[in-house]
Design a protein around this ligand. Structure first.
Ligand code: ACM
Ligand code: ZN
Length: 551
């Protein structure tokens, strides 16, 4: 990449454009995540009612990206631009041209040139064109993001030359809808904002002790019973003196809603990875089908947070039949290569006392309950592999032996990620210390109640997903990073947004931008205008502290 960038900058220097170093002091170019090479130019391109959005070749995917951009313009300015297939890849004056053509910037990179006469955006893939459009958005006034205020207002794009590609192929944001449930419209808004920052994966945590959130036709009680808890703990989780609100709480996504969200994400070039938790965090499922727990129940959908000791019985073949039935419907709903199967925080005490689980341990020649967990995960992996999918699991799946093809999501620090990469497994880095967006982002006394920890914006920004312990080949297994959003203490969509933004802007840059260009002060300069944009989008971000403002 460096070679490409150097050649690119040299080419632009010959053509008399402004230098790279000047970009660093130029605050008008507020692109997040920071592109590999961005060279400002004088002037801007004006979009008028006569501007066409052209695409080449005539391909459905690139047409979709052109329509996405036209949609933004129509919503905000009222301009109804013509979107047409171009007859060639040659730019035409006064128009915006998107081209798919092989260029040496990987699968997601793009080349963008904006001058007063024309806009040309090229990538090897429609994904790359989509990311180029996100850059264009950020080179336009924030009012582009407004809704329903159109008065045929012209819009401008700052002149620029960009070559860009991401550092990592996996750039994820997660959302726990088990502890609190958020409606489909909010999930779409969450995806909208992710797209703006070039996130490409939404990890949808759909099942929990406190609520099962996805309709499964074969097992209707999962949502009739498991989607609702009788009440919710008030205030911080304690074991003693617990107070409850006395209000039934719940909700779930119908399969129709799930399909609609997955299709919506696809238009934003975001893959949705569902998480179906097993063998732990399964109390809502056990409340619905108590025969699948070691004790047979009865169980209740959890009303308090923390880790619960009732988990799926690993000795009962009916458990696997049940999970395979669920996963078959999940596979049908989600086209993602990966299915996340959880695997975290599974207490072993019920298995120790369960006759069926102990028989399984003996029969399979397993050493202990950790190996029983490994047996559980391997069996599920085999089923998913047979159905063309791969598993991701939290780093506990390393205990008792890692399933052969599993990708590990390292959350209890980076140790699990390092271990897995050294074992030739792929890894997604999401250590609590840098990536848990449920942690406090300011002094506890000044912030709304959160689970704990302290993760200010600068610390998120400082994260490097590739641990020093890995050599070059091992480091290739680090697919990327992800922000996790656990919602025990986030009961409203406003509060989710407050916790996620702007920290997710910082993590977007961690996932996209080369290490050599990471610079927190420069990021802060670009962030402030981005917050204006988020405001227009109606995002309830956390305002910057005084010492974070860069004027
Ligand atoms: C987790 O935070 N329990 C993965
Ligand atoms: Zn059991």
């Amino acid at each position: 990449m460096s070679k490409i960038k150097l050649a690119f900058i040299a080419m632009l220097s010959f053509s008399g454009l402004i230098s790279w170093s000047q970009h660093q002091i130029n605050c008008r170019y507020n692109v997040i995540p920071r592109p590999e090479a961005l060279i400002p130019q004088k002037g801007s391109f004006e979009i008028t009612g006569n501007t066409k959005i052209l695409y080449f070749p005539a391909d459905r995917e690139i047409e979709g990206v052109a329509n996405f951009f036209a949609g933004l313009l129509k919503n905000s300015s009222g301009m109804n631009l013509k979107v047409e297939a171009a007859v060639s890849e040659k730019p035409s004056e006064g128009n915006i041209l998107f081209v798919i053509k092989k260029i040496p910037l990987g699968d997601e990179g793009y080349r963008l040139a904006v001058d007063a006469d024309k806009v040309t955006l090229i990538s090897s893939t429609a994904d790359g064109v989509f990311y180029g459009v996100q850059t264009i958005r950020q080179l336009m006034p924030a009012k582009l993001e407004s809704d329903g205020q159109g008065e045929n207002n012209p819009m401008t794009i700052l002149s620029v030359a960009v070559e860009d590609m991401p550092r990592f192929p996996y750039r994820g944001l997660h959302l726990d809808v088990g502890r609190h449930f958020f409606p489909p419209e909010f999930i779409k808004k969450y995806l909208d904002v992710m797209a703006l920052y070039k996130y490409n994966t939404f990890h949808w945590h759909l099942t929990e002790d406190q609520g099962w959130r996805i309709e499964i036709k074969k097992y209707p009680k999962l949502t009739e019973v498991g989607a609702y808890r009788k009440e919710t703990l008030v205030g911080r989780y304690t074991r003693k003196d617990q107070k409850f609100d006395g209000k039934r709480y719940g909700g779930y996504y119908t399969q129709e809603e799930v399909r609609d969200i997955v299709a919506y994400a696809k238009k934003l070039h975001i893959t949705v990875i569902p998480e179906i938790e097993l063998p732990g965090h399964s109390l809502a499922a056990l409340a619905s089908y108590p025969e699948l727990g070691c004790t047979g129940g009865p169980y209740e959908v959890a009303t308090v947070w923390g880790v619960h000791k009732d988990v799926y019985c690993a000795g009962n073949d009916e458990t696997f039949k049940f999970l395979e039935g669920i996963l078959s419907e999940v596979i049908d709903l989600f086209p993602s290569k990966y299915i996340h199967i959880g695997g975290d925080e599974c207490p072993k005490e019920r298995w120790k006392e369960c006759n069926k689980c102990q028989v399984r341990i003996k029969k399979e020649g397993l050493k202990d309950e950790h190996e029983l967990q490994s047996y559980f995960i391997r069996r599920i992996e085999k089923f998913l592999n047979e159905n063309g999918r791969e598993i991701i699991g939290w780093d506990e799946i390393l205990e008792g032996g890692l399933a052969p093809g599993a990708t590990v999501m390292s959350w209890r620090g980076v140790k699990g990620g390092i271990q897995a990469a050294k074992m030739d497994h792929d890894v997604i880095m999401t250590p609590g210390e840098y990536c848990y967006l449920d942690h406090y982002q300011g002094p506890k006394e000044k912030e709304p109640l959160a689970i704990g920890g302290f993760l200010p914006l600068e610390k998120v920004y400082s994260y490097d997903p590739v641990p020093e312990e890995l050599d070059k080949n091992e480091a290739k297994h680090i697919l990327g990073t992800q922000g996790n959003v656990w919602t025990e203490y986030m009961a409203t969509t406003d509060y989710v947004e407050y916790m996620v933004y702007p920290r997710a802007c910082a993590l977007a840059e961690v996932g996209w931008t080369s290490k050599e260009y990471m610079n927190y002060d420069d990021f802060l300069k670009r962030l402030e205008p981005n917050l204006e944009r988020l405001k227009v989008m109606g995002v309830n971000y956390r305002p910057l502290d005084k010492n974070q403002k860069k004027k």
